[in-house]
Write a protein that binds this ligand. Structure first.
Ligand code: HEM
Length: 392
């Protein structure tokens, strides 16, 4: 009997063998205990992303009950919206979140990375997640939003608590909800301060964004700031940890990036294909849908398995091989269609800079794999702890 639940794979379990069986035996799979469908083939996941009229975001993108009970549209900003509301919000937000603003951040992002590395480089060892990958992305977001440096540690700790899960917990814990409330309180004040005194950061750019007289309300800006932290913080942490893990497990790939740092962007892309930070995203069916002989009913939850789509053998040769030289054009790591990751270019930039600095400063790292610890999460895959030693 084929049984799949994301809760079974939330910590150390390797989900890729079961994804393979799902693709072969039950590409449109129904889980009766939790009550959701899982789509595992690349073509179906792609279709799910590209068909908001069939598969809606309005219940949020997590299968966790309280994440979908709160009105996703309000809490999750435009991630929980469908067109045309989503289209309006995304257009306004994109006025502030421009490619130029991101590209201009490169020197500051590098300084932040170098600063964190400087705190442990002389020790010859670190926990790659606790000392670096778990701090760096949130500090980059804080920089982007104009959060003052003294507030950043506290904000990072709330953000970590919001996404933290213990093994086997089927819902958002109380501590997570409380941290979310504190973060919302903080951002309310942050926005008020920017209304009184505008600056040149993204928060002010969002408050000022305008299309034909239409502007974002302060509560919409707040929801967007909150979304950036949920969507852009731990995903990037996981990307960095997974990149280090897989290159360390594949010595011939490691030799390539050690010899030629120009290949680092490929290392980032193949990590995202091979073991994507976001393994699955939920939708809700807007009508009865017949797919691969199965009948999905209106209002059923549907889980799009990105991790499985990215290993689909009809798309990639030998998909279980980590190969930085392959084409990753069909990767669904950042989604597709209307909700395609708004922060993809920022994530890629952060990934490249972080790994460039790692390879320039401590390329001879050795991960203590047996002591690495994975996170508990039903839709994000990566590490919570990764002890390593290095000689310079
Ligand atoms: C490796 C890092 C990242 C991964 C794997 C990732 C993945 C994704 C995915 C799969 C989606 C699509 C959600 C859906 O279809 O429902 C998404 C959306 C989004 N991401 Fe990312 N993301 C990353 C980094 C970031 C960063 C750094 C930011 C910004 C600071 C960001 C901001 C967003 C936003 C705002 C959305 C919602 C877009 C919309 O609804 O139109 N992400 N991300």
């Amino acid at each position: 009997m084929l049984e799949y639940s994301p809760y079974a794979y939330e910590s150390h379990e390797n989900p890729y063998p079961i994804y393979k069986r799902l693709r072969a035996e039950a590409p449109v799979y129904w889980n009766p205990q939790i009550g959701f469908w899982a789509l595992s083939r690349h073509k179906d996941v792609l279709m799910g992303f590209r068909s908001p009229e069939l598969f809606s975001n309005r219940m949020g993108v997590s299968l966790e009950p309280s994440a979908s009970n709160i009105k996703a549209e309000d809490m999750m900003s435009f991630l929980g919206m469908d067109p045309p509301r989503h289209t309006r919000m995304r257009a306004l937000v994109s006025r502030g979140f421009t490619p130029r603003r991101i590209a201009d951040m490169e020197p500051r992002i590098r300084e932040i990375a170098v600063g964190h590395i400087g705190s442990f480089i002389d020790k010859g060892r670190c926990d790659f997640i606790r000392d670096f990958a778990g701090k760096f992305p949130m500090d980059v977001i804080s920089e982007l939003l104009g959060v003052p440096e003294p507030d950043r540690d506290e904000l990072r700790s709330w953000a970590d608590t919001v996404v933290h899960r213990e093994d086997g917990v089927l819902d958002v814990p109380q501590a997570g909800l409380e941290a979310a409330i504190r973060m919302i309180g903080y951002f309310n004040k942050h926005i008020e301060a920017h209304q009184r005194q505008p600056s040149d950061d993204l928060t002010s750019a969002l408050l000022e964004a305008e299309i034909d007289g239409d502007r974002l309300e302060p509560r919409e800006v707040l929801a967007f700031l909150f979304l950036m932290i949920i969507a852009g913080n731990e995903t990037t942490t996981k990307l960095l940890g997974n990149a280090m893990h897989w290159v360390s497990k594949n010595p011939e790939q490691r030799a390539l990036v050690t010899e030629n740092h120009e290949l680092i962007p490929r290392w980032v892309e193949e990590t995202l294909r091979y073991d994507p930070s976001t393994q699955g995203l939920a939708r809700v069916a807007m009508q009865d849908i017949e797919l691969e002989g199965q009948k999905i009913r209106k209002d059923d939850r549907v889980f799009l398995l990105i991790g499985s789509a990215n290993r689909d053998e009809t798309i990639w040769d030998d998909p279980d091989r980590f190969d930085i030289m392959r084409s990753t054009n069909a990767s669904l790591a950042f989604g597709q269609g209307t909700h395609f990751c708004l922060g993809a270019s920022l994530a890629r930039l952060e990934g490249r800079i972080a790994l460039e600095e790692v390879m320039a400063r401590f390329p001879k790292f050795e991960i203590e794999h047996e002591r690495s610890v994975r996170v508990h999460s039903i839709n994000v895959r990566g590490f919570a702890e990764m002890p390593m030693e290095f000689s310079r």
